[in-house]
Ligand binder design. Structure first.
Ligand code: FE2
Length: 336
């Protein structure tokens, strides 16, 4: 056994900040600026924060989880009918379809494919939508399972609710960074809801396999992610000090984290924290992640308020599309 691998690490007592969106969403005087300052502080330190009173109905979240479980409980052959293709990352990603490699040396090696199983959804564009007819690059072809009434409708409704939540977070970052309230929301990079919804199932970890994770250590590629967890915890986050903390599955809360593009576009101010998932429980764990990615075809170096003559951009201008293409070559393996 490799002794350097943190299979059963000691966990830090540092906790994930909790931010109450209630007063901000109610439009209380001063709440926007106050909440923006809290989101800013959390984004600069741990890079993760819980959202209390996020404005998304618990009924919808519960229904999304019920549909997630219903999908994953389908016979394998039904799910394989909607398997992801090398061309588009939408649909079903079977177990073993992904192995995280990029942080292996630093944060614990992934010696086996991730144990998680996924279903990916992008924004739904009707057949006659002008963007679809024009072949716009942000239009994907969702792969809906047949004979699963209510599944598609719930995914689309949840996608819409999370798009609103993403805009609220972008507004907070925009205010905190001095860009002006609507700068990010109105920027081309976020103009087409180029987000991805991922419905996850984590079977219990195989205790016989060292270095196997539900999802191996990684940072998120895009601007950020909004996570809803069911009852079983499993997410672990690396702190600035280099300790792992376990995020609880806090009922009624969403969890936001900054990704690589929040880091790049804030010139390093916001932290894309390495994190991983391991299901130590004896039961399946489900989570629903909404990746608040920017448009694949919009390139930016960093936000105008995050650079100056004495603080030039640290990162080259990159679009999400270019970045993900580069990462896929080394990090994200799709197998037959
Ligand atoms: Fe992640």
């Amino acid at each position: 056994m490799d002794q350097s691998e943190p299979q059963k690490p000691k966990y830090s007592s540092e906790t994930v900040p909790i931010i109450d969106f209630g007063p901000y969403l109610a439009g209380e005087p001063g709440a926007l600026e106050r909440t923006a300052a809290e989101a800013d502080a959390a984004s600069r330190s741990l890079g993760f924060f819980f959202i209390r009173n996020h404005g998304v109905s618990q009924e919808l979240i519960d229904r999304m989880f019920a549909e997630t479980m219903r999908f994953h409980e389908l016979p394998l052959e039904r799910k394989l009918e909607v398997k992801v293709t090398p061309k588009e990352n939408v649909g079903y990603l079977p177990q073993g379809g992904q192995t995280q490699l990029s942080y292996s040396k630093l944060y614990g090696e992934s010696k086996h494919p991730d144990r998680s199983i996924s279903y990916f959804v992008r924004k739904e564009y009707p057949e006659d939508h002008p963007d679809r007819l024009a072949g716009k690059p942000w239009v994907s072809n969702n792969r809906w399972p047949r004979e699963l009434p209510g599944f598609r409708e719930t995914c689309i409704e949840y996608f819409g609710a999370m798009s609103n939540t993403a805009r609220r977070i972008l507004t907070l970052h925009s205010v905190a960074l001095g860009l002006g309230r609507d700068w990010l929301v109105e920027h081309d990079a976020f103009s087409k809801d180029a987000y991805t919804l991922r419905l996850l199932d984590y079977p219990p970890r195989d205790p016989l396999l060292d270095g196997q994770w539900g999802i191996g250590p990684h940072t998120d590629y895009g601007y950020g992610a909004i996570l809803a967890q069911a009852r079983v915890p499993g997410l672990e986050i690396l702190t600035i000090k280099g300790d792992w903390i376990q995020a609880p599955a806090l009922e009624g809360h969403l969890l936001f984290n900054c990704g690589d593009f929040a880091h790049r576009w804030t010139n390093g101010r916001y932290r894309a924290a390495p994190h991983r998932v391991v299901n130590y429980s004896g039961v399946h764990r489900n989570s629903v992640v909404f990746f608040t990615n920017s448009r694949g075809d919009v390139s930016m170096d960093c936000f105008p308020t995050c650079k100056s003559a004495t603080e030039p951009p640290k990162f080259e201008a990159t679009s999400f599309g270019e970045y993900i293409t580069m990462l896929r070559k080394t990090n994200h393996t799709l197998k037959d």
